[in-house]
Write a protein that binds this ligand. Structure first.
Ligand SMILES: *Cc1c(COP(=O)(O)O)cnc(C)c1O
Length: 329
């Protein structure tokens, strides 16, 4: 076996971009005058909250399932998810005539579980942590010969998420302008890693700033420790940002270390403010995890390093909860 190579090449991301077409959308890059006024720099929002399935996760899932040969495709896939990867995987499996089983922890909100089963995938709720969900997936691989498509630590998944970076550069070019800084949510780091490789391979001076939830950002603490560490998982409004990065992390720990400039953390209160800001100023419905970039900017945690793009990664918030949040109760 060749030695494990944790690097991801720009060519893998451009190949993913060629592979992905509809139903994966080229999402809009929208200027935000309210956030520009806060930062004193031009700010755009990259609207992955308008991606099909309600989050960017469809990019990685489609890129991975598309590359399965007929036999493994027929046996089906299995994934562990905080909800959005499961939904994306269910969508991709259905699109390519495969089948999906998604193992979840009980921290995943019910509306995200329903969205997965509505797409014809099977859901197994296994315990109260991502680790328990991992164990469930390992069993299904052994029993049913399913292919594991993890939410972040996988070449095709990282490359798929990286296509957002290619789009951002093309979109700012089309506006006859430039971008200096890209702000991106971080959990397992697949999104941040793919995005940073796509952007900085082409523009090395660009800053990529990750944003995690104070309630539990394993990647932040792992980078500080210099190795993957486990942290306690606590419920947060950013429900898609919980979970460890895996003690045997193969790609994202090294990629985030090598390509992401800095990770900052935001509180649930700051996330709440950001969800309200997105709604009132940009008429956007954004889930907690999707709002952390806006939260970091509003909380003054983003260094003013020039023209800034904030990746708004998802929209999948329970609508009743969103309504309460907007009403301030
Ligand atoms: C999964 C997810 C993230 C984090 O992505 P990672 O690749 O795990 O870092 C951020 N926002 C949303 C909406 C997500 O679903």
């Amino acid at each position: 076996m060749p030695p494990h190579d944790p690097t991801i090449k720009l060519a893998e991301i451009t190949a993913a971009a060629k592979r992905l077409g509809p139903p994966v959308r080229l999402t809009p890059l929208e200027p935000s005058s309210s956030l520009a006024a806060e930062l004193g720099q031009a700010v755009w929002l990259k609207l992955e909250c308008w991606q099909c399935t309600g989050s960017f996760k469809l990019r990685g899932a489609m890129n991975a399932v598309a590359q399965l040969s007929p036999a493994p495709r027929a046996r089906g896939v299995v994934g562990v998810s905080t909800g959005n990867h499961g939904r994306a995987l269910a969508y991709a499996a259905r699109h390519y005539g495969s089948s999906a089983v998604v193992c979840l922890s009980s921290l995943v909100p019910p509306h995200k579980v329903t969205a997965i089963t509505d797409l014809g995938a099977q859901v197994i709720v296994a315990g109260e942590s991502q680790e328990a969900a991992d164990a469930c997936a390992v069993e299904l691989i052994a029993e049913q010969g399913r292919t594991m498509l993890p939410p972040f630590d996988h070449r095709a998944i990282i490359a798929g998420q990286g296509t957002i970076g290619l789009e951002i550069l093309a979109q700012v070019r089309a506006l006859a302008t430039t971008v200096d800084c890209v702000v991106v949510p971080v959990s397992g780091g697949g999104l941040a890693a793919g995005l940073a490789v796509a952007l900085k391979s082409q523009q090395p001076g660009l800053q990529v700033i990750g944003v995690g939830a104070e309630q539990g950002c394993a990647m932040y603490h792992s980078q500080r420790a210099g190795r993957p560490v486990d942290i306690e998982e606590r419920a947060t409004l950013a429900d898609a940002l919980v979970g460890g990065i895996g003690a045997d992390n193969r790609y994202t720990f090294a990629l985030v270390r090598d390509w992401v400039d800095q990770i900052v953390l935001v509180s649930d209160e700051q996330i709440r403010t950001a969800i309200r800001h997105a709604y009132h100023h940009a008429r956007l419905i954004v889930e907690g995890s999707g709002a952390v970039g806006i939260a970091a900017l509003l909380a003054g945690k983003i260094p003013a390093c020039g023209k800034t793009v904030i990746v708004v990664s998802g929209a999948n918030i329970d609508m009743t909860a969103h309504q309460h949040l907007i009403n301030g109760d």
